[in-house]
Design a binder for this molecule. Structure first.
Ligand code: PEP
Ligand code: MN
Length: 689
C-alpha cells in the first residue's frame, strides 16, 4: 500500500514543478505586459487624458473577464488597482509638466518625521512610488525640522500628517502651516492597520510593556485597556518604538505600528486589527517650496487659511461666497490665533483647482470678506477614493441634458410657504428646496443616482451572506441588505440571528466593499446596531413606533423608513419628521406596498407615491418591490418601473437558493435573475439618457 502511494506521488511532484514553472512564466508575462502598459501611457498626449474614461474601460474589462470565466469581483479589484497606479503615474507626469520650478538635480530629497518604517515614511513611498529610484528619504526629529529642511533647501518635499479619522486633527501641523511659506502640492491617505508586534510570537499574557506613538496608543485604547498587566510608554514615532523592541530583545516588550514596519525590523506580528475603529485613516500633506499648477482636468482640492472680520455673520459670508461659486467644502477647522487671544484662524479645504476660473473668481471675492487669507495650494484629491458607479452617474447626469426639446419636469422652485395643515416641516421642500444627497461610504443616495440595495430577507449563515454579498458586488449592486432582527407575523417563525448575524453581515460587507443596511426593532438596540451597520431600517410595522423613531433620530446614521402598509403619504412624511426633528437629517423614504382589496400580489406597490413624495419632499425615495409584490416574478418589471418613475433606487431580496430560504423565499430573486435585473436596469438607464 505504502509503495503504491509512493509510486503515485512521483508524477504529481513532477507535474507540480511543471505547473509552478508555467505559473512563473505567466506571472513574468503579466509583469512584462504591465510594463508595456506603462510605456503606452507615457505616450498619451496631454489632451488624451479624460476623467471618467476609466469607468467605461473597467466595465468592458469585467465583461471580457466573464467571457473567460474570471470572477467579476476579482477582475474589478485588480483592474481598479492597476488603473489607480497608472493614474498616479499620469498625474505625476502632468504635474511635472506643469511644475514651475523643477528640482535642480535628478535626486529628490523627501523629509519625514521619524525613522525608517514610520507611517510618514510609508506615505512617502506611496506618494513617490513612480519615482522611488530617485528619492532619498531623510528622517528628522520634529515636524518643524522637516518643514525647515524644505524651506532652507536641505530637502525638496516634506511629509506632514494632518488628521486622523479616529483621533482628529493634528494641531501642531495646522499651526506650522500658518507660519510656513511652503505650499501643499499633494495629499495622501494612509489606511492605518495597527498591529501589536514583538521579537517572536509571544502570548499576550507575557507582554508587560507596550511602546508606540501617543496617537497610535490613543487609537488602540480599547485593546490596551483589556491588557491590565501591561504598562504603555510613548515614543516620538512608531518606528522608534519598534526599534527599541528589536534592540532590547526582551520577550516582555511589544510595540504598536504597521505590518510593514514589523517586516522591516524583523519583528513578529502578535495581533492584527487592534485599533478601536476598523476604518482608520491618516491624511498627510506633501509640501514643497513652490506651488504646483495642476492641470484643470485632474480633480483637485485647494487649502486655505483665513481670518474672518470681526463682524456678525463673517464666517457665514465667507462660506456663502464658496457656495455661490459651487466650491464644495470638504473641511473646516478652527485654531486659535497665536498671540491674539480669542481670535481664530479657519483652515478651509474645498474641491477645486486654482487653475479653474470659478476658483479664481471665488477666491477674489473671498478676499473682500476676510481680514487675512493665505492660499496653501491646490493638489490632486485622494479622499474621494475609488469612484463608485453612483458618483459617475451624477457626473454623467450633470453633463447630459435629457433632451433639448423636452422641458424638465416641474419641481417647486426655491422654498415655498409652509402649508398650515401639513403635519411635517423639515421633511418638506418648504424648509429645504434641493434634493437631499446622502453619502454612505462611497455610495451616494439621492440627487440623481439610482442605487441598488440587495441581499437576503434574513441573514442565515456566514456562507449565505457571503454568497449574497459577492453576487451584489459582482453585478454592480451598491449596498448589502439583510435582516438580523426579523419582525415576523408568527412568533414561531425564524426571528433572525441577532447581533451574531450582524457581525457576519458586517464582515461580508467589508470583504466585498459594500455598505450594509439592516432593520432595528427595538429602541435599546439602535445604538449598538449603528456601530456596525451603515444604514438602519425601520420596518413597515414600526413606521409609527414613535419611541423608536425618536431614538434613531438621535443617531448620526442614515435611516431608511419604510411606509406602513396602512399609512398614507402624509403619515409617512410625518413619521420621517419624528426622526428629522430629533436632529438626524439623514432619512431615506421607502415605498414597499400598501394593503388594498387586491390579493393577486402580497401588497399593492403604490408607484404614484414616488413622484408625489419627491414633489413634496427633498428626501430620497427607494422602492421595495419584493415586499410589495411577494413574488419574484414581478420584481424585474417593478424595478424598471421604479427607475422610470424617478425613484432614487430599489431594495430587493435575493438568495442563493430561494426555495430553501428561511423567510420570504418566494419573493427572493436567485442570482441568475438578479444578474438579469441588473442588466435590464443598465439597458433602461441607457435608453433614458
Ligand atoms: C424587510 O425589509 O426585511 C421587511 C421586513 O420589510 P417590511 O418592513 O417592508 O415588511
Ligand atoms: Mn423579507
Amino acid at each position: 500500500m505504502a509503495r503504491k502511494q509512493e509510486a503515485e506521488e512521483k508524477p504529481v511532484v513532477a507535474e507540480d514543478s511543471a505547473t509552478s514553472e508555467k505559473l512563473r512564466q505567466i506571472d513574468s508575462e503579466l509583469i512584462r505586459l504591465l510594463s508595456e502598459r506603462k510605456k503606452a501611457i507615457a505616450n498619451i498626449p496631454e489632451a488624451g487624458y479624460q476623467i471618467g474614461e476609466e469607468e467605461a474601460l473597467l466595465s468592458q474589462i469585467i465583461n471580457l473577464g466573464k467571457k473567460y470565466d474570471l470572477d467579476a469581483y476579482f477582475v474589478n479589484k485588480i483592474f481598479k488597482d492597476i488603473q489607480d497606479y497608472f493614474k498616479r503615474l499620469h498625474q505625476d507626469r502632468l504635474a511635472d509638466y506643469h511644475r514651475q520650478a523643477t528640482v535642480a538635480d535628478d535626486q529628490i530629497v523627501v523629509a519625514f518625521q521619524g525613522i525608517e518604517g514610520a507611517y510618514s515614511h510609508l506615505v512617502g513611498q506611496k506618494f513617490f512610488a513612480s519615482r522611488l529610484d530617485r528619492v532619498v528619504f531623510k528622517g528628522l526629529l520634529t515636524f518643524r525640522a522637516i518643514l525647515e529642511a524644505v524651506e532652507k533647501g536641505g530637502a525638496d518635499y516634506a511629509i506632514l500628517p494632518i488628521e486622523n479619522t479616529t483621533a482628529g486633527s493634528i494641531n501642531e501641523s495646522y499651526d506650522l502651516l500658518a507660519q510656513t511659506k511652503l505650499s501643499i502640492i499633494g495629499e495622501e491617505i494612509l489606511p492605518v492597520d495597527h498591529c501589536l508586534m514583538a521579537i517572536e510570537n509571544v502570548p499576550l499574557s507575557r507582554i508587560r510593556r507596550i511602546y508606540s506613538h501617543p496617537q497610535a496608543l490613543a487609537q488602540c485604547s480599547t485593546f490596551l485597556s483589556s491588557l491590565d498587566h501591561c504598562t504603555v510608554e510613548s515614543f516620538v514615532d512608531t518606528a522608534m518604538a519598534i526599534k527599541k523592541v528589536k534592540d532590547d530583545q526582551d520577550l516582555s516588550e511589544a510595540a504598536i505600528g504597521s505590518e510593514e514596519a514589523a517586516q522591516l525590523y524583523g519583528l513578529t506580528v502578535v495581533k492584527r486589527d487592534i485599533a478601536n475603529t476598523r476604518e482608520n485613516y491618516t491624511r498627510f500633506f506633501i509640501v514643497a517650496r513652490e506651488p504646483v499648477k495642476y492641470d484643470e482636468r485632474i480633480p483637485c482640492k485647494t487649502s486655505l487659511i483665513i481670518a474672518t472680520k470681526h463682524v456678525e455673520g463673517a464666517l457665514v459670508n465667507c462660506l456663502n461666497v464658496l457656495a455661490k461659486h459651487h466650491l464644495n467644502l470638504t473641511k473646516l477647522e478652527s485654531r486659535p490665533r497665536a498671540n491674539v487671544p480669542w481670535e481664530y484662524l479657519f483652515y478651509v479645504d474645498f474641491e477645486g483647482n486654482l487653475e479653474q476660473p470659478n476658483v479664481k473668481i471665488g477666491l477674489e471675492e473671498l478676499t473682500g470678506e476676510v481680514s487675512f487669507m493665505k492660499v496653501l495650494g491646490s493638489y490632486p484629491a485622494k479622499t474621494n477614493g475609488i469612484r463608485r458607479q453612483a458618483d459617475t452617474e451624477i457626473a454623467a447626469r450633470n453633463t447630459t441634458p435629457i433632451s433639448d426639446t423636452e422641458p424638465p419636469p416641474e419641481r417647486p422652485k426655491g422654498k415655498i410657504a409652509i402649508p398650515e395643515k401639513k403635519p411635517y416641516r423639515l421633511a418638506g421642500r418648504f424648509t429645504k428646496a434641493e434634493d437631499t444627497r446622502l453619502k454612505v461610504k462611497n455610495v451616494v443616495i439621492g440627487g440623481g443616482t439610482f442605487v441598488v440595495m440587495a441581499g437576503p430577507c434574513a441573514v442565515e449563515s456566514d456562507e449565505q451572506i457571503n454568497l449574497c454579498a459577492r453576487a451584489v458586488a459582482e453585478n454592480g449592486g451598491d449596498i448589502l441588505r439583510g435582516g438580523v432582527f426579523k419582525p415576523r407575523t408568527s412568533p414561531y417563525s425564524f426571528q433572525g440571528l441577532g447581533f451574531e448575524g450582524l457581525e457576519l453581515m458586517a464582515h461580508a460587507g467589508e470583504r466585498y466593499g459594500l455598505p450594509i443596511i439592516t432593520e432595528v426593532l427595538h429602541p435599546t438596540d439602535a445604538e449598538k446596531i449603528a456601530k456596525r451597520a451603515d444604514i438602519l431600517q425601520i420596518g413597515a410595522r414600526n413606521m409609527q413606533n414613535f419611541p423608536l423613531l425618536r431614538e434613531v433620530g438621535r443617531l448620526n446614521k442614515p435611516i431608511l423608513l419604510k411606509r406602513g402598509m396602512m399609512a398614507s403619504i402624509d403619515e409617512l412624511l410625518a413619521a420621517a419628521e419624528y426622526i428629522l426633528s430629533q436632529g438626524n437629517q439623514q432619512v431615506i423614504l421607502c415605498e414597499r406596498g400598501i394593503r388594498t382589496f387586491e390579493t393577486a400580489t402580497r401588497n399593492t406597490l403604490d408607484l404614484s407615491a414616488v413622484p408625489v413624495l419627491k414633489y413634496h419632499s427633498h428626501l430620497p425615495v427607494i422602492v421595495d418591490p419584493s415586499h410589495a409584490s411577494g413574488d419574484w416574478k414581478w420584481i424585474i418589471p417593478l424595478v424598471e418601473a421604479s427607475l422610470a418613475v424617478g425613484a432614487d433606487g430599489v431594495i430587493v431580496e435575493i438568495h442563493p437558493e430561494p426555495e430553501k430560504a428561511m423567510s420570504d423565499g418566494e419573493q427572493s430573486l436567485n442570482f441568475k435573475n438578479f444578474e438579469v435585473m441588473m442588466k435590464r436596469l443598465q439597458r433602461l438607464k441607457n435608453l433614458l439618457k
